[in-house]
Design a protein around this ligand. Structure first.
Ligand SMILES: [Fe+2]
Length: 173
């Protein structure tokens, strides 16, 4: 089994040259970078209450990211070739595993050994997820869709995120 570097950073993502500002890849890149930065902020946080707050925020952002990505992007890709691609399945699993770790973390006292272990693994999985998507998913999107379709997908992704954010807010209220 390969070692799990707790500070693994995903490699530099390929730059989508000439991509429209609405291009789905730009939206995903932004969402991914924010998630990773939030996970890192949580890892260095020393205060318990602050940690619990940051975890709630990160967890909510992850749920929104995962659902928006699954409904808008994975489905669109599957519709193009009419098959479920194995990598898409891996991405679903990563979404689910990270959410499961967040759920466990929410029941732990921040700063304990178990808390740190689970948070490090969650961070590792998020980084792996991002790396795979930036290499593989982005190339596949480029192959399957033209610039206008990628921009349309970007707009639909943002709409889905907005709707899901409202739903999550309503749940939390
Ligand atoms: Fe993702």
């Amino acid at each position: 089994m390969t070692a799990m570097p707790s500070s693994a950073q995903p490699g530099p993502a390929p730059v989508a040259t000439g991509a429209a500002p609405d291009d789905i890849r730009a939206h995903l890149r932004e969402d991914h970078e924010r998630t990773l930065a939030d996970a890192d902020r949580l890892r260095v946080e020393q205060d318990s209450d602050r940690s619990a707050f940051l975890l709630r925020q990160l967890r909510r952002a992850w749920v929104i990211h995962a659902l928006a990505e699954e409904t808008v992007i994975y489905r669109a890709l599957e519709a193009v070739d009419g098959r479920t691609e194995p990598h898409s399945d891996e991405r679903f699993v990563e979404h689910e595993l990270v959410e499961g770790l967040f759920e466990k973390l929410a029941r732990l006292r921040p700063g304990t050994h178990e808390w740190r272990a689970r948070l490090n693994v969650a961070r590792y999985l998020i980084a792996r997820h991002i790396e795979n998507e930036h290499c593989d998913l982005f190339a596949r999107l480029e192959r399957c869709f033209d610039a206008e379709e990628l921009a349309e997908m970007g707009r639909r992704f943002e709409l889905a995120r907005e709707k899901l954010s409202l739903l999550e807010e309503a749940k939390a209220a």
